[in-house]
Design a protein around this ligand. Structure first.
Ligand code: SF4
Length: 370
């Protein structure tokens, strides 16, 4: 096995690439990382795991992968599920566009490809929600096609080892990383090499505390030789996140509560939530009661504001959400013809796919137990 992994390849372009590749493959032999989607080469399971692991840590994504695999053992099973079912199973993972694309792709493969996962890089790349990284991962792991993966781990490892000073969030820097990644790829075992470089970035050449003192790359690693590994990868700018305040109205009448579906093109599209008033700063009891929503939909129901929760924060890639929950009881029953939301029994709340921030509030309040 070792002889096979480290065998010399005629196509090696230079000594530095050769050193980098061989050391990585040797490191991988000593650092196996068994994961259930690696057990066989089923492209459906590999794709499923890759979509789940976009912006999600392995430890967090693993139970979701197992749940999807058990519930939908074949891609046709996933295609037949309803969107609400898929969203409910996805709940807690965030970035729901992934769930939407997952479902759309399953339907597409079932209808257009007769349930057979496409087996060329170009066809895989054309699937909804699949970018160059995910396509390369599926192509190399499922079909051993010579495609290199370039994710955040790979960018970090290569930019440090080769001392890339160009910003990796600009085209020139991205291109340089891509070219180097392709030159270092072991084309005869792309799956093993890709897993090795990603695992090395995740476990050894880590973002904040790289294990440089025990690293076999020390002598060749430019960032280490310059004494500043954590200055890499170089970035041109840091995104300034905007903060949005969601003031949720938890409106109750006896054992019923108001709920609505987020239909607009925005975060959490098609998930369910309590009626919400969005603002650019936190609202209090007075400003809530002055809001048109309260005046138009709650005054006539003799609403009483019972409590306001602490702030709940959820950090997304481009924005922070801070949610407060205003608990309201109404004395007259809901008139669904005159409300912009629908009404459900509180005990049925767990059936709805909801954003994580609302889930946290409900768990804190034990509202699921009503
Ligand atoms: S020496 Fe440090 S920065 Fe360089 S590859 Fe090793 S862990 Fe990463």
């Amino acid at each position: 096995m070792i002889v096979y992994l480290l065998s010399m390849k005629k196509s090696f372009p230079n000594k530095k690439h050769l050193f980098f590749r061989q050391q990585l493959l040797r490191w991988k032999i000593n650092h196996p990382r068994p994961l259930p989607w690696k057990e066989d080469k089923n492209p459906y399971y590999i794709w499923l795991s890759e979509i789940i692991l976009q912006q999600t840590r392995v430890e967090q994504g693993l139970p979701y992968f197992l749940k999807f695999k058990t519930t939908f053992p074949r891609i046709q099973d996933l295609a037949k599920a309803s969107e609400d079912e898929v969203f409910k199973m996805w709940q807690g993972l965030g970035y729901y566009t992934r769930a939407r694309n997952l479902h759309a792709t399953a339907k597409l493969i079932s209808s257009k490809w007769n349930g057979q996962f496409p087996n060329t890089y170009e066809d895989i790349l054309a699937l909804p929600g699949v970018g160059p990284y995910t396509a390369a991962a599926i192509a190399s792991f499922a079909y051993q096609l010579p495609k290199v993966v370039v994710d955040g781990n790979v960018i970090r490892v290569i930019s440090r080892f080769y001392g890339i000073d160009l910003p990796v969030d600009k085209a020139e820097g991205k291109n340089q990383i891509q070219v180097l990644a392709e030159q270092t790829l072991d084309k005869e075992q792309p799956d093993v090499f890709n897993q090795a470089i990603m695992d090395f970035g995740a476990l050894h050449c880590k973002p904040k505390n790289p294990l440089c003192t025990s690293c076999f790359h020390q002598k060749e690693c430019i960032a280490f030789q310059n004494g500043n590994p954590t200055n890499y990868p170089v970035k041109s700018r840091r995104l300034k996140k905007k903060t949005r305040f969601f003031n949720y109205l938890v409106i109750r009448y006896k054992d019923q509560v108001g709920l609505q579906k987020r239909t607009k093109k925005d975060i959490w599209q098609n998930l369910y939530e309590f009626p919400v008033i969005e603002s650019t700063k936190p609202l209090d009891a007075t400003t809530i009661k002055e809001n048109p929503f309260w005046i138009n939909h709650l005054v006539s129901n003799q609403a009483e504001l019972i409590a306001c929760s602490k702030g709940y924060k959820q950090t997304l890639s481009h924005q922070n959400i801070i949610a407060h929950f205003f608990e309201i009881e109404i004395k007259k029953p809901f008139d669904e013809n005159n409300t912009p939301f629908f009404v459900v029994e509180q005990k049925k709340l767990p059936k709805f796919a909801i954003p994580k921030i609302i889930d946290c509030f409900l768990k804190d309040k034990s509202l699921y137990l009503f």
